[in-house]
Design a protein around this ligand. Structure first.
Ligand code: GTP
Ligand code: MG
Length: 250
């Protein structure tokens, strides 16, 4: 009976969670891409106005659910002095989205150097890489073949891992869904980096206590969710760091 119930519980309330790093030089459009992604994949998400996004000092976090798969994004600042922090996240990540500003030909070689350094890290071995040629809404931008040519001597270093170059505009949303769907497929089939099992009732319980605290609603569903950890005492607790960190913008 316990096995049956715990199986049902897992089916209903656990998701496979994958951590995706969003990297690239400053001004490439990483945070704009993250906001656009959250807006497209999270029903009822009221994102901030894309024009109000400022440079990232630290990191932004966001999650989306695509079917039974949960992607947790870590969008890191791209300024030169912040790039030394990138590798602290490599061992925990399941995929990398590398954003290139296709309108900035002058900094393309700088972007390539950062990309090369990133892909040669052993901690990222076998991890799928989605290269986003961003800002394709700008008429004068570099084309995908231009960018592929500029990055051509990285091919050997990419090796056998999954890698896709996708035309994208984080501002208009072009190419965002295609890129995310490709990433989901790749992380799910990569048996070398298994997912974290994420208990989604943790989020519900936090939401419940917030809505109760603000004098809001408390329906049957919320109460049922609240009682689940009492029925299943071995449930993992919510990640306190992620909920409490001031830089985190989930
Ligand atoms: N035209 C155009 N502008 C974009 C696009 N994506 C981002 N931008 C603009 O590029 C600038 C930088 O965007 P951010 O998202 O802050 O860039 P970032 O990569 O997060 O930068 P850091 O946080 O400093 O590393 C902003 O002015 C955005 O509006 C795009 O697809 N098209
Ligand atoms: Mg940013």
């Amino acid at each position: 009976m316990y096995t049956l119930l715990s199986g049902l519980y897992k089916y209903m309330f656990q998701r496979d969670e994958y951590c995706i790093l969003i990297l690239g030089l400053d001004n490439a459009g990483k945070t704009t891409f993250l906001e656009q992604t959250k807006t497209r994949f999270n029903k009822n998400y009221k994102g901030m106005s894309l024009s109000k996004i400022t440079t990232t000092v630290g990191l932004n976090i966001g999650t989306i659910d695509v079917g039974k798969t949960r992607l947790m994004f870590w969008d890191l600042g791209g300024q030169e002095e912040l790039q030394s922090l990138w590798d602290k996240y490599y061992a925990e990540s399941h995929g990398v989205i590398y954003v290139i500003d296709s309108t900035d030909e002058e900094r393309l070689s700088e972007s390539k150097r950062a990309f090369e350094k990133m892909i040669t890290s052993e901690a990222l071995e076998g991890v799928p890489i989605l290269v986003l040629a961003n800002k394709q809404d700008v008429e004068t931008c570099l084309s995908i073949p231009d960018i592929k040519t500029a990055f051509s001597d990285c091919i050997n270093k990419i090796g056998k891992r999954d890698c896709l170059t996708q035309a994208c505009s984080a501002l208009t949303g072009k190419g965002v869904n295609e890129g995310i769907e490709w990433m989901v497929k790749c992380v799910v089939r990569n048996i070398h980096r298994p997912p974290r099992k994420k208990d989604i009732t943790a989020t519900c319980i936090v939401t419940t206590s917030c809505s109760l605290g603000s004098g809001g609603r408390c329906g049957i569903t919320e109460l049922q969710l609240f009682w689940l950890p009492l029925v299943f005492p071995s449930l993992p607790s919510p990640p306190p760091v992620l909920l409490a960190h001031p830089l985190h913008n989930v």
